[in-house]
Design a protein around this ligand. Structure first.
Ligand SMILES: [Zn+2]
Length: 483
């Protein structure tokens, strides 16, 4: 690193608030969030009118909510002044910031569709192009690529939230984090994470190789103590490496599984192999990636509610779902300057969980692990809705399974399900166990009993390290659609 870069990083670090948390802070993420609420109350008369002037210790759930509604009001004003898209939208629907006083008032605000962001990204941009420090293009796993713009303060805020999420998962200055995202085109969360750790003064090594021996050797030479990476990628390494190495001897203290849903079957195997907790992490690129982190209670992921407001709605009625009731996740970014998004549809299926949490969080809420995507739901047999995660649990519950792809077609009147499963172990025995696990699913049984489904077919493929590709779509539907 040249001296100028080092200086820039040193200056950036002084702007972070995660680095100012006292060491030994019990709940770094919540402390950091509540502190931000208290700081905002000092700055804003509007917020003080609603909540007074609380210290971080006094910020409770009701104050947290008031802070978020205040931020939504500010965001409506900000986007009205600076975004072509939202200015027109607020005018069309007659939205004024003063209309938003309660949580249910949020329902007055129309939803923003990902397609709208994809079509006219510049209409969402709220600052002059010269103020844009980073532009991101999303990977486009489902639907079109989207372009997002971040200012310097946006980037610093993302760095700060990544650092505090890592600390909440147990990371400190003595740890080394191994970043394990196989290189995927255009968008690399590994680089973002590596940069964030550098600025925040945390040790990290970026290991994107798909070669398992190399991953383990990087782990040994860097004395890696924590891991973060693509869920299916870390799972694959775990299953293939545990045959040859005692993974517990690495002394890993926590593993963070990111960017893909985490089936419980997968979590159990990873925790068993490495002898530590495996925590789920979820964040959309549109929201700057570091939106949530699971705590050791493993019952939902804590949301960075200082910067993001999650809502869960019934996609059919648009109404808010109750606590723990499943629906579609909707996000509002509360602090972004570059391309802030208001009530943005994620198409992800989840639920909100109100605090307190058994881990000790008392004012900051959670969302449940993502169940699947609305646009990836498939109907089989009698119209039973299935999500990839349903099959994930069944298939990955069979020891030796690494991943799969399901193709659905309809040669005659019945649906036919063909599973192509990557499997490490005896293929004949594996096939038998896999068939048993899949056939045991209620959704499959009902289809078979009603003669609407053919017996599922399974093709077992042996693992091939070199040809590994990250899964983007695990269900391919070749049926002609009439509904
Ligand atoms: Zn918790």
């Amino acid at each position: 690193m040249n001296p100028l870069d080092r200086l820039k990083i040193a200056i950036a670090r002084t702007k972070l608030t995660s680095t100012k948390l006292e060491s030994g802070t019990e709940h770094p993420l919540e402390s950091w969030i509540l502190n931000k609420v208290a700081v905002e109350a000092r700055k804003s008369a509007d917020l003080r009118r609603a909540i007074g002037r609380p210290t971080p210790k006094q910020v409770d759930r009701a104050i947290m909510r008031q802070y978020q509604l205040h931020k939504v009001r500010r965001m409506i004003e900000y986007t009205n002044e600076n975004s072509y898209f939202y200015k027109a939208r607020w005018k069309e629907f007659g939205i004024k910031s003063s209309d938003i006083r309660t949580y249910d008032d949020l329902l007055k605000i129309p939803l923003t569709e990902p397609k709208e962001l994809a079509d006219v990204p510049l209409e969402f941009l709220c600052v002059s192009q010269t103020k844009v420090m980073r532009a991101f293009t999303t990977s486009g796993t489902s639907g079109t690529r989207k372009r997002l713009f971040y200012t310097r303060d946006d980037v610093l805020n993302i760095v700060d939230s990544i650092a505090v999420a890592l600390k909440n998962a147990g990371m400190n200055e003595n740890d080394t984090l191994q970043i394990m995202f196989p290189t995927v085109a255009a968008w690399d969360p590994g680089l973002m994470l590596e940069g964030a750790c550098k600025v925040a003064g945390l040790k990290a090594v970026n290991a994107s190789t798909t070669d398992i021996e190399e991953q383990l050797s990087i782990m040994r030479s860097n004395k890696t103590s924590m891991m973060i990476g693509l869920t299916s990628f870390i799972y694959r390494i775990t299953v293939l490496a545990r045959e040859k190495s005692d993974l517990r001897s690495f002394g890993i203290k926590a593993i963070i599984l990111s960017a893909e849903p985490l089936p419980e079957a997968m979590r159990r195997e990873i925790e068993e192999a490495w002898g530590c907790k495996a925590l789920s992490q979820y964040g959309m690129t549109e929201m700057g990636l570091a939106t949530t982190i699971e705590c050791t209670v493993q019952d939902g992921m804590h949301v960075n509610e200082a910067d993001f407001l999650p809502e869960v709605i019934d996609p059919d009625t648009g109404k808010h779902c109750a606590n723990r009731e499943e629906g579609e996740l909707i996000w509002t970014s509360l602090n972004f300057e570059g391309s802030p998004l208001v009530r943005y549809r994620s198409y992800d299926i989840s639920a909100t969980i109100e605090p307190p949490c058994a881990c000790g969080f008392r004012a900051v809420g959670k969302i449940v692990k993502i169940r699947g995507r609305l646009d990836m739901q498939t109907k089989i047999g009698f119209g039973e809705k299935v999500y990839p995660l349903l099959f994930d649990e069944a298939i990955l519950g069979v020891k030796g399974s690494l991943g799969y792809q399901l193709t659905i077609d309809k040669p005659a009147y019945k649906d036919r399900l063909l599973f192509k499963i990557e499997f490490a172990g005896d293929p004949v025995q594996g096939k038998e166990e896999l068939l048993k696990a899949i056939s045991a699913l209620a959704e499959i049984r009902s289809g078979l009993e009603n003669d609407l489904l053919e017996q599922p077919e399974i093709e077992v493929v042996l693992p091939d390290q070199a040809s590994w590709i990250p899964k983007t779509r695990s269900i391919i539907d070749n049926r002609e659609q009439f509904d």
